[in-house]
Write a protein that binds this ligand. Structure first.
Ligand SMILES: [Zn+2]
Length: 577
């Protein structure tokens, strides 16, 4: 017994929370998503049809064939072998956790248990105080929250007192040190005082629904408006998200996730039936939080204020995401109307209106582009050089090579396209002096390319069987949209291995986490497809596709020439200096 290495519950919890069970098992077992679960052939007993499945939300795997069942530690022990401590050390390393307590002793175990108990008792005290205090309770009810929502999130109230919590918890046998260690009491000469006073209290919970910290919001106009627990052994701000434990099932089921700024936004959206929002804990979203959320949804939407602070926040989040982007895992952004936050908006206009707003989002590349061209004059070679430099610097942050290449191409093409736009306008201006009426056709040239590009990709996705013979032709097209490029590459990769079959293709996309992207692209091209439906039917899909391909090729060749002219022009401009 004396020699047995013990780990702290907290360290083990952190491993389970930070690592994705689906990703980890997926390294050994070929998993396919079906509904909310991932299925594959059981590695514990030989089988040809999958009866083994992994539940990310419940953190276990289970086999209906042989009854194999366990968590990430058991799976790692089975696949890697070794002793339990070796497995823990391996997984901790994978999760980027430094095991502080390899020789966890009974005193540490007691401190951990006492901490969990102290935080739980605090939450209960705050809830009791809320019900005894009509002003505080009315504050929440007047904001439209139902009793049910208040209870679900365990909202409470801290009295305007220096020692209400301290006295109550010490009477229940919790030591003052535990209260201080968990940020509930602030140490002072006189022994310490309650950190949270006269505030609405929001318990912050881990994935096991245990309270690990609190956020407190003032009722009256005091500062700071929000006060959070300090970081403690149990509470690491960078690896938790407010609301994730309550909303994780809906996030997975609805395949939708919103990242909002405040706790009240998460709760307000929940209150109106939208149970898919989470909030960072008083800071901008961190890499750890993104990795955590991606375990549940691959393309979360960050809700931003419409002001410049919102724009800056978006750029920061986009930059932070660059280093950890994976194919099929991304971020999108939506902007709230002026003066509104998600909570106020959904209260006024309801859930459907909010979802409608969420239909128009923009991507990371769009966000980066907007920010690097801000305040710059794209007509000058100097500014264009600065922008190109920034493109290189930003894309060098991307670890994944495929994505780095795609982003670089997309952003550089933006730069070129912009140059072409100016070039074109000048041509138009010249021509207009002699011949009116050609202007609109020229201006819409770029939009037309996008139209044809969208149509070509949508047809490919919609009727994969019919374009089987066009593999090489598809490879020739240079798509302008990053997401289109990603799908193009996926289709070509798929064709390398097998013949294109609609069902298999979908399974394949699901495996490389691109199925949502396909659905989204098809949805955005719905009206274009509909508009062309008659022609497509008249010509047949394959014939129509080929014609479209020819048009796109011609357009791309002519724009390539423009690029060369522009490049020469820029070179001349540079040597002038
Ligand atoms: Zn089995």
């Amino acid at each position: 017994m004396a020699n047995r290495i013990k780990f702290s519950k907290h360290d083990l919890d952190m491993i389970v929370q930070r690592l994705s069970l689906v990703d980890f098992v997926g390294k050994t077992v070929h998993l396919k998503r079906r509904g909310n679960d991932y299925w594959g052939c059981c590695p514990f007993h030989g089988e040809k049809t999958p009866s083994f499945h992994v539940r990310e939300d419940k953190k276990y795997y289970h086999c209906f064939g042989c009854g194999a069942h366990g968590n990430i530690f058991e799976f790692a022990k089975f696949t890697r072998g070794g002793t339990f401590p070796e497995v823990v050390e391996y997984l901790a390393d994978l999760a980027g956790i430094k095991l502080e307590t390899v020789n966890f002793n009974p005193a540490q175990q007691k401190a951990y248990d006492d901490s969990i108990k102290a935080l739980d008792l605090s939450a209960k005290l705050y809830q009791k105080r809320l019900n005894e205090n009509p002003t505080a309770k009315n504050y929440l009810l007047e904001r439209g929250l139902t009793e049910e929502t208040i209870a679900t999130f365990g909202l409470g109230f801290a009295l305007d007192s220096w020692n209400d919590l301290k006295n109550s918890l010490t009477q229940q046998g919790i030591s003052q040190n535990i209260l201080i260690d968990n940020g509930l009491v602030v140490p002072s000469d006189k022994g310490g005082y309650d950190r949270f006073r006269n505030r609405i209290m929001f318990p912050i919970e881990n994935y096991k629904n245990q309270v690990i910290a609190f956020g407190g919001r003032v009722i009256e106009k005091e500062e700071p408006k929000y006060l959070n627990s300090p970081e403690t052994k149990l509470f690491n701000k960078s690896y938790n998200l407010f609301g994730l434990n309550k909303n994780q099932e809906s996030i997975r089921k609805e395949n939708q996730a919103f990242i909002v700024e405040g706790y009240m936004d998460v709760i307000g959206l929940y209150n109106s039936g939208l149970m898919t929002a989470v909030a960072p804990l008083g800071t901008a979203i961190t890499e750890g939080q993104l990795l955590l959320l991606w375990k549940y949804q691959s393309s979360p939407i960050i809700c931003l204020d419409g002001d410049t602070a919102g724009q800056t926040a978006a750029f920061r989040a986009a930059k932070r995401a660059l280093g950890i982007l994976q194919p099929g895992r991304t971020l999108r952004f939506m902007v709230m109307p002026d003066g509104e936050d998600p909570d106020s908006y959904v209260k006024k206009h309801g859930k459907e209106a909010f979802l409608q707003l969420a239909e128009s989002t923009f991507s990371i590349t769009e966000c980066i582009w907007k920010n690097i061209v801000k305040g710059k004059d794209l007509k000058t070679a100097d500014d264009r050089a600065v922008i190109e430099q920034e493109i290189n610097e930003l894309t060098s942050l991307i670890q994944n090579e495929t994505i780095a290449r795609q982003y670089k191409t997309a952003l550089r093409e933006n730069l070129w396209n912009y140059g072409r736009g100016i070039d074109k306008n000048q041509q138009i201006a010249m021509k207009n002096r002699t011949r009116l009426g050609t202007k609109s056709a020229k201006v819409h040239a770029t939009q037309r390319t996008n139209h044809e590009e969208n149509l070509l990709l949508a047809l490919t996705l919609q009727y994969p069987e019919q374009i089987l013979c066009f593999e090489e032709k598809l490879a020739e097209i240079i798509f302008t949209d990053t997401e289109h490029k990603i799908l193009q590459k996926a289709i070509l990769d798929f064709l390398d291995n097998t013949n294109l079959d609609n069902q298999e293709f979908d399974d394949y996309l699901r495996n490389v986490s691109l199925i949502e992207l396909k659905t989204r692209v098809l949805k955005s091209c719905e009206s274009i497809l509909k508009g062309e439906q008659e022609d497509i039917e008249a010509q047949g899909v394959a014939k129509y596709w080929e014609n479209l391909h020819k048009q796109l090729q011609t357009q791309q060749k002519s724009s390539k020439k423009t690029d060369q002219v522009l490049a020469q022009f820029l070179q001349m401009a540079n040597t002038d200096k």
